[in-house]
Design a protein around this ligand. Structure first.
Ligand code: PLP
Ligand code: ZN
Length: 431
């Protein structure tokens, strides 16, 4: 029992997904200032999946919510594996390769004990597909278990970057129609690829006097009309966060094979789902004894917009006065006191971290405070230097968002922990 429980991290509402898959907290529409985030309740246990399987959604399946859901709904272990393998084969047809453990490299030129996890050649050219794969597996498992053969619901996403590309690849592989809501100034290369992938593109123009992002407004309308929220933001779909944990589990296992453990981690943050998924994965690995200590987490944003740093500083001050736990529950139930949109439209070479709000802010804030990490904000010059150094030291065709974590590391030459690996995530390919 409880294997398919989802719980809101802010208000505590619980739902059992085996009774019907939902993506947002049932109280999310209340507009009550609470930071509703419906995520799977992890199963306690001490086993760690050990196998040579290369696909993380197969290797780590016993840690993953979509697997627990599939089993609870009556699918066998083999049926889950078949479902994932079929989807993965279709992804390989659409995008050249499916999900595989991505490489990790030690890069001495970037500093002692610096390790780079290379996501640039992953599905869709970034780590984003990890987040969405879990959602698609869960949806397919529900359909397969019920034997329903109605037309599947449409998918919807507001993005004009890596998340949209990942979403369109997975949608195409699963044969699902997808609506992608993009701004007028979306890049041609992205628009071309989305068109090739047969995504339905909707250009959303700003109307004079109307506040807020018109793409998000159109996305929310589509979801209200029945589309599956397929964007990489936890408050819109709490299931996306967990997929990012697969990245952390791979890092832990890859370092372990070398007799190492992560001691510090620098994660670039836009909407915050990546950092949140990675934190969740590290916590699972820690609770199950796969790592002895949690690494120190540092997040990296641009000086152009650092809403997460703002929230971190307020919460850290609050946690000094009481406990971290009470500070976090205070923050999660009074979101606007900690997280609000950046006041001026920012620009940066690292456009993937320009979100004017960090939607998934609470999990990384809590982990930074707990591990003694910092919310770093770096200059454009530092981002450009990291981009150039990261590319030349690794030979990878990585984008400036992908190397932003390195800008954070270069700004902090003194180590937080002696020994262990200082880990960077090179998250996206140049386009
Ligand atoms: C290459 C790359 N890295 C990192 C990020 C940041 O991820 P998140 O928005 O989940 O914080 C993005 C987001 O667009 C991205 O495209
Ligand atoms: Zn809630």
């Amino acid at each position: 029992m409880g294997r398919t429980l989802m719980r809101c991290a802010a208000c505590g509402a619980e739902v059992d997904a085996s009774q019907g898959l939902i993506f947002t907290c049932p109280r999310a529409s209340l507009d009550d200032g609470v930071d509703h985030l419906l995520t799977p309740v992890p199963l306690e246990g001490s086993d760690w999946p050990e196998s040579d399987e290369q696909n993380p959604f197969l290797r780590y399946r016993t840690l993953l919510f979509p697997y627990r859901l599939a089993r609870e709904l009556g699918l066998s272990d083999q049926s889950y594996c078949d479902l994932v393998s079929e989807l993965d084969d279709a992804i390989a047809q659409v995008d050249g390769a499916g999900f595989r453990e991505t490489p990790i490299l030690q890069v001495d030129e970037l500093g002692p004990d610096v390790w780079v996890k290379d996501e640039t050649r992953h599905v869709g050219g970034s780590h984003k597909a990890r987040h969405l794969m879990g959602v698609m597996i869960a949806s397919l498992a529900v359909e397969r278990a019920s034997g329903r053969h109605q037309a599947p619901p449409r998918l919807a996403i507001a993005s004009c970057g890596n998340a949209a590309l990942a979403a369109a690849v997975i949608a195409r592989a699963a044969g699902r129609p997808i609506d992608v809501f993009i701004p007028e100034d979306a890049r041609d290369s992205v628009v071309r690829r989305l068109t090739d992938l047969e995504a339905s593109l909707h250009i959303c123009r700003r109307s004079p006097g109307v506040q807020g992002d018109p793409c998000m407004a159109a996305f929310r309308e589509a979801v209200a009309a029945g589309s599956v929220p397929f964007s990489v933001q936890g408050p819109e779909n709490g299931l996306v966060v967990e997929g990012g944990s697969t990245l952390a589990w791979e890092v832990v296992d890859q370092l372990r094979r070398k007799g190492l453990a992560p001691s510090e981690l620098f994660v670039q943050v836009g909407g915050g789902a990546l950092a949140s998924g990675v934190c969740g994965g590290l916590q699972v690995a820690h609770r199950r004894g796969r790592i002895e200590e949690l690494p120190v987490l540092h997040t990296v944003q641009t000086l152009g917009a650092y809403p997460l740093k703002r929230a971190f500083e307020r919460l850290r001050d609050l946690s000094v006065q009481g406990s971290l736990q009470s500070a976090m529950s205070y923050g999660r139930t009074r979101r606007s006191g900690f997280m609000w949109p950046w006041e001026t439209p920012p620009t940066s070479v690292a456009h993937g971290i320009l979100d004017d709000e960090t939607y998934d802010w609470a999990i990384p804030v809590e982990m930074m405070i707990a591990t003694g990490g910092e919310a770093l904000a770096v200059s454009e010059e530092a981002l450009r230097e990291a981009h150039q150094r990261g590319r030349s030291a690794t030979g990878l065709d990585v984008c400036a968002t992908g190397t932003a974590g390195l800008a954070g590391l270069l700004s902090k030459p003194e180590r937080s922990e002696a020994g262990g690996a200082r880990v960077l995530l090179f998250t996206g390919a140049e386009r």
